[in-house]
Design a protein around this ligand. Structure first.
Ligand code: 9MR
Length: 371
């Protein structure tokens, strides 16, 4: 396997590095790395999910970091259905427009996230005015209107859309979401069709977590085939990549290869690596999962021990070796957040923990991980 590693630069070399590079100070050494977007410019885009906290932050260091490191952004929350269409046919594009302007100013590629998802969907979507479930026809029409209006509004402003998010179960079956139960499995085909009609130039993606599971892999492969068999556009599979130190990277790589073999591009769309114990059986990114806080599940609230830091470094290095190896089919690697302090993993699946899943620490310093 070809592993191009960037040399770690020592303090004595820092002076020769351009102003865009960043120094990191720790007790042991000072290390500097080129901006991620420069480092991977011949391989894939490198992105970050931007939430309200980052969008509206007055912290100029944070904004400089976002500009310097990333050439792609994705909407963390502001383009989801509960936000864009809180009441039927009443649309709110204020925050999404702000993000569009931010990405334009920073010359970053923007991805829309997401058009159809069982979560963060407004309550009205599935019920009529007296609370009864709507018919298939009504839901199809609501979904069509939502996609037309949202993807239509951002036409020409986003490169692509996570059209359908998290519609497949661990075992490869369709998730029994309201969309599925009311419309049937063709809700996915219809969503891709409507998205393409709304913005014919936009790339269209299917996005999901747990892609290292063989069942999901098979389900997603079946879905790609189904969409293609129906003549529908699908450009890439988004492997969310909410990983942990215990994720089996061989299985993850197998999925990446399996998707690419179906003739689509692959993206890591929500990358983070949890270092904290998972209280249940199998880690997932299903936001309905939650557990009671217990001290034993929050072992690193005063800092990450060196041995765990070393594990995180090793994990990230192995992961990016996979990305480099498959960079012919990978178009983007996006982190779910910018720095540890802003990560959703401090609150999931247990509120109030201290996690360390990203490449930048709480002081916005790049971790000593040479990718
Ligand atoms: O990062 C998002 C977080 O702020 C929200 O509270 C959460 C709840 O819906 O959604 C998070 O983003 C999710 C993404 O949209 C889809 N994949 C899983 C992500 C983490 O939950």
């Amino acid at each position: 396997m070809k592993r191009h590693r960037l040399a770690v630069l020592t303090l004595s070399m820092l002076l020769t590095i351009g102003a865009d590079s960043q120094s990191v100070s720790s007790d042991k050494e000072q290390v500097s790395y080129p901006p991620l977007k420069e480092q991977f410019k011949d391989h894939f885009l490198v992105g970050a999910a931007i939430d309200y906290g980052e969008m509206y932050s007055k912290d100029s260091t944070l904004h400089r970091l976002i500009r310097r490191e990333f050439n792609a952004l994705v909407a963390g929350n502001c383009m989801k259905a509960d936000h864009t269409e809180p009441r039927e046919n009443v649309f709110n594009f204020k925050d999404g427009d702000f993000l569009v302007a931010m990405a334009e100013k920073n010359q970053q590629v923007l991805t829309g996230h997401c058009l159809v998802w069982h979560s963060q969907v407004p309550r009205w979507m599935f019920v009529d005015s007296v609370g009864n479930k709507v018919s298939r026809e009504v839901l199809i029409e609501r979904m069509r209107n939502h996609i037309y209006k949202v993807a239509g509004h951002y036409r020409g402003k986003v490169r692509g859309w996570d059209v359908v998010n998290e519609a497949i179960e661990w075992n490869g079956d369709y998730r029994k979401s309201e969309y599925y139960k009311i419309i049937g499995e063709d809700f996915i085909r219809l969503a891709f069709q409507f998205a393409h009609e709304a913005d014919p130039d936009a790339e269209l993606y299917y996005n999901d977590y747990g892609m290292d599971s063989p069942g999901k892999r098979e389900g997603v492969v079946r879905l790609i085939r189904d969409l293609k068999a129906h003549g529908l556009r699908i450009d890439a599979i988004g492997m969310q990549s909410h990983l942990s130190l215990w994720t089996n990277l061989e299985e993850y790589e197998k999925s990446l290869i399996a998707f690419a073999n179906e003739g689509v591009k692959v993206m890591a769309t929500e990358l983070d690596v949890s270092v904290l114990p998972w209280p249940g059986e199998m880690p997932n990114a299903d936001i309905s999962t939650s557990f009671e806080y217990q001290e034993k599940y929050n072992p690193y609230r005063n800092g990450l021990p060196a041995e765990v830091e070393a594990k995180l470094k090793d994990f990230y290095e192995r992961l990016f070796a996979i990305y480099r190896k498959h960079s012919d089919v990978i178009t983007r690697v996006t982190f779910w957040g910018v720095h540890d302090g802003g990560s959703w993993l401090n609150g999931f699946p247990i509120k109030g923990r201290t996690n360390y899943p990203l490449l930048f620490d709480r002081q916005l310093r790049r971790k000593n991980i040479a990718l």
